[in-house]
Design a protein around this ligand. Structure first.
Ligand code: EPS
Length: 387
């Protein structure tokens, strides 16, 4: 299972091709578009989200509501494109920097300068157009398909915001379905209403200061069988693959599995999850500090992972930088931006995690059709039950 995306934030569309989905996966298009809609919400988003109304158009690999086993191609259109047809034209255009909206003042914290130096581009727009977090719309569309594959096997994904800047939400270990329901009713994707109000006021303050703010989000995957991923080779460890996927989300700087960095503070006796057995549940754990992973394999307990997002670097409050034309210092010009995109990032994280879990699921249970995967899955569950 693999995918690639293409497309620029102000170009005509985002495009994704998914290879390796089995045949006969029944797709719920409404559910797919609901996931795209969720990503667009959240307190602290800027004006761009009022322009876009993301929906995925599937243009390959699906017929009469089901996958055929062929690569799935999908497209998410950019409504904003209509304002950028000349600037983003693939044909050469007349006019100078103004007409091209050439960017020559790199924004600290963005890919601008590194990308310009690396690709030898004197118009940093060529970097920022692709490095924009707009690309996460395609990743959510792709992940939404993975999510539907997982759902067919009873695996549920949910997410929540844990922290925005100085405001932390009280911890909870709610079942995925309840967590999804409660966070969906929140402007900042938290369960606790008092925290929600404090976060909103905090984001207002950040925005009024011309600043931006990051945070921490958590993703939970429930109903995962024991034994996805493997201890035998470094690149088969599923927790590490999830961590890589999480840090690949725009502006993410780290990932924790289970209690994460706290495991470096506590004693072994406080950290590890005792093993229990009962007729009803089989082997299970007394706690889940490991976040559903031991030896790079799932334990059968819920996967719990957290990601940290840095504040969005496009600031109304300018930071020091250097103009690439003059090599003289300047203070960055004001750009349209979000002051806080942590709630949206929580939705993105759910989808990149779902993708990695689905990928490991297909590695384990293989098969070219849903029916073949189901047979393999049922037979494995029987093996585990009778172990
Ligand atoms: C982004 C900058 C803003 C955000 C964008 C990510 O876009 P613009 O430059 O058009 O104002 O709105 O996010 C999205 C478009 C989206 O769909 O999430 C950036 O620089 O990363």
């Amino acid at each position: 299972l693999r995918y690639l995306t293409a497309g620029e934030t102000h170009g005509p569309q985002l495009t994704a091709i998914i290879e390796g989905l089995p045949s006969n996966l029944q797709l719920d298009f409404e559910e797919l578009n609901f996931q795209l809609h969720r990503r667009q919400k959240g307190y602290g988003r800027g004006r761009r989200m009022q322009i876009e109304k993301d929906t995925a158009q599937i243009v390959g690999g699906v017929r009469h509501g089901r996958t055929t086993g062929a690569p799935v191609a999908l497209v998410v259109a950019n409504n904003d494109w209509k304002h950028w047809t000349s600037v983003m034209n693939i044909e050469p255009i007349e006019g100078g920097d103004e007409a091209k909206r050439r960017v020559h003042r790199p924004r600290p914290g963005h890919a601008d300068l590194n990308g310009g130096l690396k690709y030898d581009l004197k118009d940093l727009r060529n970097v920022l157009e692709r490095s924009s977090a707009r690309e996460t719309a395609a990743r959510v569309a792709v992940g939404a398909m993975a999510r539907q594959l997982l759902a067919a096997f009873g695996i549920k994904v949910a997410g929540q915001v844990i922290r925005i800047g100085e405001i932390e939400a009280p911890p909870n270990r709610l079942p995925a379905e309840e967590l999804a329901r409660l966070t969906e009713a929140s402007s900042v994707r938290v369960v606790d209403k008092e925290t929600e109000a404090r976060m909103e006021a905090y984001i207002d303050q950040i925005k009024a200061d011309g600043d931006s703010i990051g945070g921490i989000v958590e993703c939970v995957v429930e109903g995962v069988p024991v034994g996805l991923g493997s201890h035998v080779q470094w690149d088969r460890k599923l927790d590490s693959r999830i961590a890589g996927a999480v840090v690949s989300i725009n502006a993410f700087k780290g990932c924790e599995v289970g209690i994460g960095f706290e495991a470096g503070i506590l004693r072994g006796s406080q950290v590890h999850d005792p093993i229990l057995y009962s007729e009803e549940r089989g082997y299970h754990r007394a706690s889940n500090n490991a976040g559903g992973f031991e030896g790079g394999m799932t334990t059968g307990e819920p996967i719990v992972v957290r990601g940290v997002m840095k504040p969005i670097p496009t600031l109304y409050k300018p930071l020091a930088s250097v103009d690439i034309d003059t090599r003289e210092p300047f203070t960055a010009q004001v750009e349209r931006s979000d002051s806080c995109a942590v709630p949206a990032a929580s939705v993105v994280m759910e989808h990149v995690v779902a993708w990695e879990v689905a990928k490991a699921f297909l590695e384990k249970f293989g098969g070219d059709s849903m029916e073949e995967i189901r047979r393999n899955y049922d037979s494995y569950l029987e093996q585990v039950r009778s172990y």
